[in-house]
Design a protein around this ligand. Structure first.
Ligand code: FMN
Length: 222
């Protein structure tokens, strides 16, 4: 522990959560229910994240109803298949890896999405402003820290999740299905379940020395 009282932090545990919050798509307990109180506790932690102009524009649409989950899963799969078809076209302009294969974890999640106990669609009240860089960045910047904190809080409690955006290609149908009003922007969908045998390890990432510049773009630390 370092510090005292509220300042006391178990750095090792915090760093472990921060570096092992991985996408969990397969090693999930589809049978074990997730307590609503646990989800709410995690959302309470998530909303400690920064929020532009103190607006707290985040909203968390927690989907547990089987018919609604099935509807979301169908839309997600529609987008997944559409994306797979567009892959080659996109690969020409973007630096994309191989498309998800038949046995990929991405496909495994898509196939079982309706079986996860909880799907959380993170939304923002309002719409992004495109003609002002401050407002543009602030819009999603007021939501994503909370969404990531939510994944971290879930991970700390033994729950797995994945940061997904594919559903957004079907956002109109999603809005209809879930009663999302106009003027509310959908962002990430976090499918949530207790993990089962998941091996959560730090990912292989480039070290700070390769991705950080000091004082001038391109300059390494002296
Ligand atoms: C912006 C963004 C969008 C993503 N969208 C999806 C998605 O729709 N479906 C999915 O299965 N994974 C999605 N992912 C997860 C990535 O495919 C990838 O698994 C993840 O970023 C790597 O995390 P890991 O090291 O924990 O596996 C997304 C990640 C990011 C950052």
């Amino acid at each position: 522990m370092t510090g005292v009282g509220w300042l006391a932090v178990d750095v090792e545990s915090v760093d472990r959560v921060l570096s092992t919050t991985r996408s969990v798509r397969r090693r999930l307990d589809f049978e074990r229910p997730v307590e609503p109180e646990v989800i709410e506790a995690c959302i309470d932690i998530a909303t400690q994240a920064p929020t532009g102009l103190d607006r707290e524009s985040w909203r968390f649409l927690v989907v547990t109803d089987p018919a609604k989950k099935r509807g979301v899963a169908d839309l997600y799969r529609k987008s997944f298949e559409g994306m797979a078809e567009r892959w080659a076209e996109l690969a020409e302009t973007l630096d994309l890896p191989q498309p998800p294969g038949e046995r990929s974890t991405h496909r495994a999640l898509a196939e079982r999405l309706q079986d996860l106990p909880v799907l959380i669609l993170v939304c923002a009240v309002g719409e992004p402003v495109r003609d002002d860089p401050v407002l543009e960045v602030s819009f999603y910047g007021s939501i994503f820290p909370a969404a990531w904190s939510l994944m971290l809080a879930l991970r700390a409690r033994g729950l797995g999740s994945t940061w997904t955006t594919l559903l957004l290609r079907e956002r109109d149908a999603t809005a209809k299905l879930l009663g999302i009003p106009e003027g509310v922007t959908q962002t990430v969908l976090l499918p949530v379940a207790y993990t089962k045998g998941a091996n959560l390890r730090p990912a292989r990432r480039k070290p700070a020395a390769q991705v950080a510049f000091w004082n001038e773009w391109g300059c390494p630390r002296q």
